[in-house]
Every structure is written in structure tokens, then in C-alpha cells.
Design a protein around this ligand. Structure first.
Ligand SMILES: Cc1ncc(COP(=O)(O)O)c(C=O)c1O
Length: 448
């Protein structure tokens, strides 16, 4: 539901009006999703020309603070790039089982204790400036990438960033300008939609089926003039799609006709993926292959390794040098330790199997109840619904928090994302019962 704004927006100029909206967000008086007053109404209330308010809204839109959906008006984006001073509202009220976050199950992550002790012993000396990717980490990444068919030959380079989103942000910012187009999956990871909006780029949706982005969708995006595309290799968030070998071959052929377009692949499930990697990366074009350690080893490590052609990686590192400069070698050493430890590898194997069991159990329990769900790989299951808000509310009443599909989609049909990080196998049938009830509720009638 969109809540109309009660906060009094002030200002006489476009800059003041835009600043006032930002102040509302900072203070918490304005919240994500809230509808702003129509241009004419606000102009009248403030005694300014409609063009002034329109200019304020435009500048907020260009920075990804608001979005305008035709007749539905202008509203605050779900994740505007302005931090709020108040704590974000809790999605899952106390007592509910939280299946909304997309987080890995912390019980399935490797324990860091032994590696922190080793770090204390081996990296006790304070260091100064001037570090970059640790050669040991680059070597380990090179081996893993090569084993998966990522073309890390002589004309490729590897770098390290503070997670996948950091890499995608720097890659896009180093190549695209405000107003440029970028092809993104539809639906896709909400952070990518929000990032693209915050960079002032235009998202061109590429539909996804269980085998990845559709070939037609990619063709249309290229025809629309995108300068980059972002593709999730496996464990697509929110649908669980994974790019198949056959689809990858077809997509690569289409991409060969657009040799200047930057292809960014996000392999965030990495060692947790239950299917082999089929990469789109190909020498002779700009490409970047991003592998985060967040899902298998823990989001708080804040590390991703990125392979790409030399020019793309040089730009990425150039941007990084003007920002966070490099990823702390302490974190990089931790990543090296984790990647070389057999017990950690066994923990990750167990996690992969457990996520597979939970997903398969949920998808089949839903199917038994007549609810079609997608969840081929990864830690999310996607259920199509007619009325997202109604189904989310109905599930909340039944004790479960799930994410509304609106956060993840541009033109794709509505749905719910059910994350299995917080799902115990013993709860699967109860969750499936609740989802079946919520999905069956008539549109607009959220109560059950
Ligand atoms: C598609 C996708 N990519 C990457 C990530 C991880 O990002 P990061 O490495 O910034 O933690 C996630 C986490 O949910 C994701 O869903």
C-alpha cells in the first residue's frame, strides 16, 4: 500500500524543495514507498510555479531518491540513497518467522574463530598505505575461476572489492554516464535496481526464466542501446534461475554482435551453487565476472573477487583508488585462509546440500497445494501472486514475513520472494499451508 505523505515539504526553489524531501527522509518523517504530493498541488501549497516543483522532483529522480510511475505519481523509492536517522522499521514483527531477508543461514556459515587467531599471529604488524589485491588471494581466485571456465588467461586481470554490489557500482560508474542505459534482469536483486536508479542510469528490463535471461530479452535490450548488462550466473535473486550451458552459448552469440557492451556477471552463490557455472565472459570484449564471498562464507567479510579484461579491471581499480582505495589486507588474508581450509570447504558443502533440501521441500510442498513456485538454485523461492501486498499482509497475519515482489521487478508479473535462509525443514509444511492460504485470498482482501 502506498502511504500518502504527511510531512510538510518546504522551499521556494527547486534545490530547497529537493533538500526538504531529503531532510524528511533523514529525519524519518518520510519513508520509502510514500507518495509525494502531485506537482501542481505542491506548487500551489508552496506558492511557486509548477515547473519549480517538477525540477525538484526531476533532480530527486536523477539521483534515485524518488520514482515517477505515470499517473500513479511520484513516490520515494524503496531504497533511496539517503540514510535515515531513525532505525528502519522491522520487516518481521516479533513472533513472526522471517523469510524476507535473503540472508544466508548464519548456522550454516563457517566459524571464523580459528582464522581470526591465525590472523592475529600472522598479521600483527600495523601496515600503512599502498596495498591492493593480495597475490595469494589473486592466485586462489585465478585457480577457482579457471576451474569454472572463466577466461582468466594472459589478457585478463583480477581484483578485490568490498562485496558484489561495490564491484557492480564501480564497474557501472567507471564506464557509464548519467542517462545511459543498462540491461538488468526482470525481476532481479533489488539492490541492482536501486543502484541503477541512484547512478541516474536507465534500467532496461530483460526477462528471466529458469535458464537465465531470455535471448529475446537480451536482443531487445541491446537494440534499446544499453551500454552494459548485469546478469546473475546462478542462484538468481529472487527466482533461483541459473544460466544453463545452452542459454549461455546463445547469449554469447547475441553479445558478440555488441562488442562494446560491458557484460557484468554476478556469481554470488559461488560455491553454494548446485549447478555448474556457464559464463558469458569472452576475451575481446569488456567483461567482468564478480564472485562474492558473502553467501558461502559470511556477508560481514565484505569481499568479492572480480575477474575481467585488463582495461575494465584497471578502471575498476582506478575508481576504487579514489574511494575506499583497497580492501583491507586483513580481510583478504581471511578470505585466503577460508578458501584453503578443508573443514571450511566441508561446511560450505553441507550448506549447499541443506539449502537444496529446503528449497526442494518448499517447492514440492507448494506444488502439492496447487501453488506453482520457482526455485531452481540458491536461497530464494519465487511464487507468482496476483495481489502482492495482500498476500504479504495475509502471510504476516499467519506469522511469516516474506518480501513483496515489487522490490525486485520492473515489468515482470507480481510475486512473493520467500527466502529459505531462515526456514527450518520442519516448518516447510506449515509455511506451504500459509502461502497456499495467502495466495488463494481474493485480491484486495488481505485478511484471512
Ligand atoms: C544477486 C546477488 N548478488 C550479490 C549479492 C551479495 O552482495 P554482496 O557481495 O555485496 O554482499 C546478493 C546478496 O543477496 C545477491 O542477491
Amino acid at each position: 500500500m502506498i502511504v500518502p505523505v504527511r510531512y510538510q515539504i518546504a522551499g521556494r526553489s527547486a534545490a530547497e524543495i529537493a533538500a526538504s524531501v531529503e531532510e524528511g527522509l533523514r529525519s524519518g518523517a518520510l519513508e520509502p514507498g510514500q507518495l509525494l504530493p502531485p506537482v501542481r498541488a505542491l506548487a500551489q501549497a508552496l506558492g511557486v510555479a509548477p515547473a519549480t516543483v517538477a525540477a525538484a522532483y526531476r533532480s530527486l529522480r536523477e539521483r534515485g531518491v524518488v520514482e515517477t510511475a505515470g499517473r500513479k505519481g511520484t513516490r520515494i523509492r524503496p531504497a533511496p540513497p539517503v540514510a535515515t536517522r531513525i532505525a528502519r522499521p522491522v520487516v518481521a514483527p516479533p513472533g513472526t518467522i522471517d523469510l524476507s531477508t535473503g540472508e544466508p543461514d548464519r548456522r550454516l556459515l563457517p566459524a571464523l574463530g580459528p582464522f581470526l587467531r591465525r590472523l592475529a599471529a600472522e598479521a600483527a604488524e600495523p601496515l600503512g598505505y599502498g596495498y591492493g589485491p593480495l597475490p595469494e588471494l589473486v592466485d586462489a581466485a585465478t585457480q577457482r575461476f579457471a576451474a569454472d571456465g572463466v577466461p582468466v588467461g594472459d589478457d585478463a586481470a583480477i581484483s578485490v572489492t568490498s562485496g558484489a554490489l561495490d564491484a557492480i557500482e564501480r564497474l557501472l560508474a567507471s564506464r557509464l554516464r548519467m542517462g545511459d542505459r543498462v540491461g538488468i534482469e526482470d525481476p532481479c536483486w533489488a539492490n541492482v535496481i536501486d543502484l541503477v536508479a541512484a547512478l541516474g542510469l536507465h534500467a532496461v528490463p530483460i526477462p528471466v526464466d529458469d535458464e537465465g535471461p531470455t535471448v529475446d530479452g537480451l536482443r531487445r535490450a541491446l537494440a534499446a542501446g544499453v551500454s552494459a548488462v548485469v546478469v546473475t550466473s546462478r542462484a538468481h535473486n529472487p527466482t533461483g534461475a541459473a544460466v544453463s550451458a545452452e542459454r549461455a552459448a546463445r547469449l554469447r552469440r547475441v553479445l558478440a554482435g555488441a562488442p562494446d557492451v560491458l557484460v557484468i556477471e554476478d556469481d554470488h552463490a559461488a560455491e553454494l551453487a548446485e549447478v555448474p557455472l556457464s559464463t558469458l565472459a569472452a576475451p575481446g570484449r569488456p567483461w567482468a565476472f564478480v564472485r562474492s564471498l558473502s553467501k558461502p562464507y559470511g556477508p560481514d567479510l565484505r569481499i568479492a573477487v572480480v575477474a575481467g579484461d585488463e582495461a575494465t579491471i584497471a578502471r575498476l581499480e582506478g575508481r576504487q583508488l579514489l574511494g575506499s582505495r583497497w580492501v583491507s589486507t586483513l580481510l583478504q588474508r581471511l578470505a585466503v585462509y577460508l578458501w584453503h581450509d578443508d573443514r571450511v570447504a566441508a561446511t560450505v558443502d553441507r550448506a549447499r546440500a541443506e539449502y537444496g533440501r529446503r528449497r526442494a521441500a518448499l517447492v514440492s510442498a507448494l506444488a502439492e497445494r496447487g501453488v506453482a513456485a520457482r526455485g531452481h538454485t540458491g536461497i530464494n523461492v519465487w511464487v507468482s501472486v496476483e495481489d502482492e501486498a495482500g498476500a504479504v499482509a495475509a502471510l504476516r497475519d499467519l506469522g511469516y514475513a516474506v518480501a513483496p515482489g515489487s522490490l525486485f521487478r520492473l515489468h515482470a508479473p507480481p510475486g512473493l520472494r520467500i527466502s529459505i535462509g531462515g526456514l527450518d525443514l520442519s516448518d516447510v509444511n506449515r509455511v506451504a499451508d500459509a502461502v497456499a492460504t495467502a495466495v488463494a485470498a481474493p485480491p484486495g482482501r488481505a485478511t484471512v
